[in-house]
Design a protein around this ligand. Structure first.
Ligand SMILES: NC(=O)c1ccc[n+]([C@@H]2O[C@H](COP(=O)([O-])OP(=O)(O)OC[C@H]3O[C@@H](n4cnc5c(N)ncnc54)[C@H](OP(=O)(O)O)[C@@H]3O)[C@@H](O)[C@H]2O)c1
Length: 251
């Protein structure tokens, strides 16, 4: 039995996951590897990537690593090209890297606004620029991105973060319409999920608000399972958008 997209044995897609050194990306890599896929874990922290890849390998999975700063378009292209050179193809790009540096606009943390745009929006675009040439040549592929419930509504302190996630959702919908049928797009919008995401917030007002807001957080494996579901669907089914939030989360 072979996979529709790659003629590989079923369940052995090659998947590049960015932001795989912690949180949702790490959990996604673990879930995909457990489902039989070959995963390449990318992010900046090499030690963390190696540790997760070693765990996956010890559990019988297939995992490699690539140190990558997604704000560097050339580096992203080199990583994708190296994956294709090693495995013969890339089947799925999970463009998951992101930062959430919440603050009221009045705090004027303009450097943090830039960083969110650079990682959350331009980092995804760099991934598309790197992966799409291969997907178009192959006639198959799958782009998965991690947006957020912040891509569906805006709350105080989240203006720029939300703007980046609305941008990713818009980008993915436009991408879907521009692509040939063999190349699929999935946008996952998580609610509150356990991860390191909120630990990088520097604004004291936004940081204090997170303590209460994040109490309902669910494990990142819940998002990993959603990605695995979308990736595992047959090639004629495109799971375009999923919202996955804690059952206890309000709003
Ligand atoms: N947790 C939530 O509640 C939640 C909710 C909705 C959406 N999300 C989204 O989910 C995604 C993953 O976040 P998370 O919650 O898992 O947080 P996390 O634990 O902080 O993970 C963020 C990941 O992004 C990577 N990253 C950051 N800057 C990068 C860069 N310049 N180049 C490459 N990788 C970079 C980090 O790795 P390195 O530092 O090693 O590079 C890390 O692996 C983000 O897009 C986030 O916006 C999260």
């Amino acid at each position: 039995m072979t996979d529709h997209e790659t003629d590989q044995p079923t369940g052995t897609k090659t998947v590049l996951v960015t932001g795989a050194s912690s949180g949702i990306g790490e959990a996604t890599a673990r879930e995909l590897a457990a489902a039989g896929h070959t995963v390449v874990l990318a992010a900046r922290r090499a030690d963390r990537l190696e540790r997760v890849a070693a765990d996956i390998t010890a559990a019988g999975g297939r995992a490699g690593t690539a140190v990558l700063d997604v704000t560097d378009a050339d580096a992203f292209r080199r990583v994708v090209d190296a994956v294709v050179a090693e495995h013969g193809h890339l089947d799925v790009l999970v463009a998951n890297s992101g930062v959430m540096l919440l603050s009221p606009m009045t705090s004027l943390l303009a450097d943090e606004w830039d960083r969110m745009v650079d990682v959350n929006v331009k980092g995804v675009l760099h991934g598309l620029a790197a992966a799409l040439p291969h997907f178009l040549r192959q006639g198959s592929g799958h782009v998965v991105t991690t947006a957020s419930i912040a891509a569906h509504s805006v709350v105080p302190t989240a203006a720029v973060y939300s703007a980046t996630k609305y941008a990713v959702r818009a980008l993915m919908e436009g991408l879907r319409q521009d692509l040939p049928a063999g190349v699929r797009t999935t946008t996952i919008s998580p609610g509150v999920v356990e991860s390191e995401l909120a630990t990088h917030i520097t604004d004291p007002t936004a940081s204090a608000g997170m303590d209460v807001y994040r109490r309902a957080a669910i494990p990142p494996a819940a998002i990993g399972r959603a990605v695995a579901y979308a990736v595992g669907e047959s090639a004629d089914v495109d799971v375009n958008e999923l919202v996955v939030r804690p059952a206890a989360q309000r709003p």
